[in-house]
Design a protein around this ligand. Sequence first.
Ligand code: 5GP
Length: 289
Amino acid sequence: MGLPPQLSAEERIAALEKAKYSRQIRAAVKAKVKTGELTLADVFKQAESDLIVGKMRVADLLAALNGVGKIRSSAIMERLKISSTRRIQGLGKHQIAALIAEFVPGNTRGKLLVLSGPGGVGKSTIAAYIRKHQTFWVSVSSTTRKPRPNEKDGVDYYFLSDKEFDDEIAKNHFLEWAHFAGARYGTPREAVEKVLSTGTNVLLEIEIEGAKQVKAHSPEAILVFLEPPSWEELVSRLERRATDSEQRRAERLALAQEELAAASFFDHRLINDRVENVVQKLLSLASAH
Ligand code: 5GP
């Protein structure tokens, strides 16, 4: 930063007056946003022709919204990849649209449920049941692993090459992504955001590292850890996996042991006794939150 300009006494007084005036204008805007007299869309419109409003920090504006506050506003900005110091005039048009969609009055976003747990616990069976019965909209992940014989591209996963996966990461197209058993898996962000904004509940069936990333960006997400009825049961489920090689099964078992230890991070723990029971409980969690 260069040196501040040399100002005469009059100029200093004028600058202070101007700063005071700007603060008053911004405080008035925030007060109107709080009462609902101005919507975010109104403020963004005003900022196009009013430099004082244009220079307001986005974080301050969001925090002024009724019921939002500093913590939620910074979580939302992080999720939408907006720098915490960004001013309104520096927002891109997609960011403006995303912020407006986030706070449309009366627009209740769908709930984001994250189902996680050790490999072999039966998450994918639950997800398949939910998909079939359309209890929630189930996200289709991208992965670099090869398709299994019965799997279809675009239905079970989007099967990507390493290069394609790298490109998706570079374009910030994943809500979260993680390594698992020698491959990479990621949740496509746009589809999830779109469905949530229509008020539909979304289920992600993902491994634990990814679940933690989701929670960091979207604290309102409901994290559910699926547990096996017993360790023995988990071992026998992994043993039954005909599609895995001997070495892969042993690796998955070792990993499952580590993964079980992560249960305490989750908002809720459910025992996978019967698919219908688990789905019922997921429904109650979504409506209770
Ligand atoms: P599989 O290869 O058996 O289909 O899945 C292996 C693991 O990857 C499972 O634990 C599954 O939940 C997880 N997984 C599937 N999709 C995603 C995703 O988009 N993100 C993350 N982090 N994990 C995923």
